[in-house]
Design a binder for this molecule. Structure first.
Ligand code: GLS
Length: 812
């Protein structure tokens, strides 16, 4: 069957004239307006549709190629996607940037005007959600047949406002004006059950009937995910919850009970109402578990529907399907697939278990124990009674296996159980994720090693071969080409072509130019121009950036102690030759994470105080642009000189901002944590400012009687900084932060202070030699090619997914 029948002569054209005609046609017939009355929004929507049409044509060829091949598919299950703004990326990937820039002029607008209207869907919190977006980009770029599944939250990550009082949150109604990039697919709607009870089926041992107490509809829509330099266009399919027809109570409505009449529908729709704004910690709310099951149930049924379109029986399911679990959030999928196979499709337990285990793979993104999800058994029992029964059975069979391997080792059995007993009975999702999958990976070398040695040590002893590392990566298209067009042009010129955008290791060719004075001069001029664009501070100052979520383990407070130390030094000797710095913080704190919000408040106070100080302000400025998101990151990263990656070693699983910054020629000051280690190994120790203890020293410190007071007593500069905070110079926020640091100092901030400040002094030294700095900067870019998400995807494809690319033929 030719799936493209009917597209025929109406295919979008390639010439400027055709693009122009299509734009006008979309303006008239799809937007329903005219050139004379078109608003900027009309122009934006129309342009987006015109670009989308070109991708949709490629999508139809992709679907045809996939249909003809019946390949092994990758399904990426993720509760979060931080896709970023779509217009520029889709112009780049469809090669229509120049056509579009010309065509929109006839509507009276510039492309830049319209890009400002392109709101990013903030369907994620931070690194984990952005990683999902980079991976789907790279899967398409590497021609891997894939679908990303997620939730279409009505409200994404909150909009952050910064005042002198710190952070306040506003709802993010991202699709208020509609989303031109999205295709609704109501025919693929799914039905999801919650609550209720289970019933035995006469004559059946393992099969049960689940009678849910609540039914919710999942309505999908999808966004197109084009590959770069290839014809493939994959999709991200997002589910939105709706009440069923029965959820509207007409008789109550007629009786004037309007709120009661819709309460069931409202309850249903609440499931996809809002993204949970916590990162790395869990609030443990029932609604969140409901979201997770909603995502999983809709997606698995969709995956099965797609499988059954092309195949018969279950024998091939695990050969044709790999489902990657992005952290534990979608882990309930393991129990759900078992339930679907055993209860609904009547597959025998053993066969179902073999299929399930071969189908799933799990990526862990944390080392923080509090971030490993667990759910109270009583909540599970109420919400998902059948799944709990299935988990009990999985657990019983699994623990038998453990007992057989380690006879008499009861403590091990207790540690490994999927059900934790203390202090209350809870389902340990990470354990379920390890037991029910074929492969488990961490996201950087150190992280994967520490997972094996600590958090998942018992499992790694049982199944050593299951554990792998796949170091994260980032999309060079979004984070270099789109974010930093000046640098991209220079790189392309330097390397004699733009092949590096699809093969990032080619950046190594820049090494040959790192000794070329005129190249270095141009490199510096670009950094300066990017700083002028960002307009955060003096473009000739050292732009020192710390951009990431606020979390105590990331240690924004360490950076602040350094800022206060600089402040004291300058005040003590105002006429010395200080290296001028602009210290830029950006990032959000979870609304309920008070300690993190206190740090934001403190930054605001310090920034205001320094700005008002005529002695210090010529040398030091602290800025906090609000509402950090992908769009803002794309402006800050190209302007950064120094990249702060200062988490306590052993806490940051990988980091990906560190990669984006290094790629854009920022030099890292960092600990031996996450992917910093791999960055340093590649860019060279001499082009990286290292400080602080390593993960093993950090892990032992508290046991060995760590005392923050000893550091306070022993270091005059540190003491002065803390005393300033304690004295209330920077308000109550400062006092509280100091209190926490001198209390337990969980993340060993004081212990690493001296080493950090010494390293910062080296930063100043290096900055005083502009040639040297520029050379270090070029070498950072040159040796960051490994950190392309294309490489990450190739690693997953080869070692975990075992999928082959399916190239899509070009248009004939
Ligand atoms: C995270 C980690 O904290 C980051 O270190 C990591 O880079 C990212 C992607 O693997 O995943 N885990 C998490 O819960 N949020 C993250 O950003």
């Amino acid at each position: 069957m030719d799936l493209r029948q009917g597209i025929g002569p109406r295919r979008p054209g390639k010439t400027a004239d055709e693009f122009q005609q299509d734009l006008l046609s979309n303006l008239f017939y799809r937007r329903g307006t005219t050139v004379e009355s078109a608003s900027a929004r009309d122009a934006y929507e129309t342009l987006s549709l015109t670009v989308r049409d070109r991708l949709a044509e490629r999508r139809s060829r992709t679907a045809a190629a996939h249909f003809a091949t019946n390949p092994r598919w990758v399904y990426y299950l993720s509760a979060e996607y931080l896709l970023g703004a779509q217009l520029e990326q889709n112009l780049l990937y469809s090669g229509t940037g120049d056509l579009a820039a010309e065509a929109v002029k006839t509507l009276g607008f510039s492309l830049e005007d319209l890009e400002d209207l392109d709101i990013e869907p903030g369907l994620g919190n931070g690194g984990l959600g952005r990683l999902a977006a980079c991976l789907v980009d790279s899967m398409a770029t590497r021609d891997i047949p894939a679908v990303g599944y997620g939730i279409r939250y009505d409200f994404g990550i909150f909009h952050q406002i910064i005042t002198e009082e710190g952070q306040t949150e506003r709802p993010d109604d991202w699709a208020f004006h509609g989303n031109p990039w999205e295709f609704p697919a109501p025919d693929d709607r799914q039905t999801v059950g919650f609550y209720g009870h289970t019933e035995p089926i006469p004559g059946e041992q393992t099969r049960k009937r689940w009678v849910p107490g609540e039914i919710v509809l999942g309505e999908p829509s999808h966004m197109l995910v084009p590959g770069y330099g290839t014809e493939t266009v994959n999709i991200v399919r997002l589910w939105r919850a709706r009440g069923s027809e029965a959820s509207f109570d007409l008789s109550r409505f007629s009786a004037g009970q309007y709120a009661e009449a819709v309460q069931e529908a409202v309850r249903a729709e609440n499931i996809s109402k809002v993204l949970y704004p916590d990162d790395s910690t869990e609030l443990g709310r029932e609604l969140r578990l409901k979201q997770q099951y909603f995502l999983v149930s809709c997606s698995l049924r969709d995956i099965i529907r797609r499988f059954r379109l092309r195949n018969e029986g279950w024998a091939e399911f695990a050969d044709k399907t790999v489902i990657q679990l992005n952290d534990t959030h979608p882990t309930i999928a393991i129990a759900e697939l078992m339930r679907l196979l055993v209860d609904e499709y009547e597959v025998e337990w053993e066969e179902a278990w073999s299929i399930t285990r071969r189908t799933f793979a799990y990526t862990c993104h944390t080392l923080l124990p509090e971030a490993l999800e667990t759910w109270p058994v009583h909540m599970f029992e109420r919400l998902l009674p059948r799944h709990l029964e299935i988990i009990y059975l999985i657990n019983m069979l699994f623990l038998k296996e453990v007992e057989a391997r380690f006879p008499g080792d009861h403590d091990r059995v207790r540690r490994m159980s999927i059900i934790g007993e203390e202090p209350e009975r809870r389902v340990r999702m990470a354990h379920l994720a390890v037991v029910g999958t074929e492969a488990v990976n961490g996201v950087a070398e150190l992280h994967s090693k520490l997972l094996r040695e600590t958090v998942l040590n018992d499992f790694a002893e049982l199944w050593p071969a299951k554990f792998q590392n796949v170091t994260n990566g980032v999309s060079p298209r979004r984070f270099v080409k789109i974010a930093n067009p000046r640098l991209s042009d220079l790189i392309t010129e330097g390397l004699g072509g733009d092949g590096w955008l699809g093969d990032l290791e080619r950046l190594a060719g820049l090494e040959a130019l790192a000794g070329d004075a005129s190249f270095l001069e141009r490199w510096r001029a670009i950094k300066r121009a990017n700083k002028v664009d960002l307009a955060a501070g003096d473009p000739d100052s050292l732009t020192d950036v710390m951009i990431k979520r606020f979390h105590e383990y990331k240690r924004q407070q360490l950076k602040l102690l350094h800022v206060i130390a600089m402040y004291h030094r300058i005040r003590a000797d105002p006429s010395a030759d200080w290296v001028p710095r602009t210290v830029l913080f950006a990032g959000k704190a979870a609304p309920a994470y008070h300690a993190a919000k206190e740090i934001i408040r403190l930054i605001a106070k310090i920034a205001a105080r320094i700005a008002a100080d005529p002695v210090v302000s010529p040398h030091l400025k602290v800025v906090f642009p609000e509402n950090y998101n992908v769009t803002l990151a794309e402006r800050i990263i190209p302007a950064a000189d120094l990249s702060e990656q200062i988490s306590l070693a052993g806490k940051e699983a990988s980091g990906t901002g560190n990669m984006k910054l290094a790629l854009n020629g920022a030099i890292t000051i960092g600990t031996l944590d996450g992917a910093n280690i791999e960055i340093r190994a590649r860019v060279g120790a001499e082009n990286f400012f290292l400080f602080g203890m390593d993960a093993y020293q950090a892990a032992n410190a508290h046991q060995q009687g760590y005392s923050p007071w000893a550091y306070y007593e022993g270091d005059g500069e540190l003491r002065a900084a803390l005393d300033t905070l304690r004295a209330g110079t920077f308000g109550e926020a400062g006092q509280r932060v100091a209190g926490s640091l001198l209390g337990r100092d969980e993340y060993l901030t004081l212990a690493d202070f001296r080493s950090y400040v010494e390293s910062q002094d080296e930063v100043d030294q290096a900055w005083r030699d502009p040639q040297r700095w520029a050379r270090m900067s070029v070498l950072n870019t040159a040796h960051s090619g490994f950190f392309s998400s294309d490489r990450t995807v190739s690693d997953y494809a080869a070692r975990i997914w075992r999928v082959a690319p399916v190239p899509v033929p070009k248009e004939d």
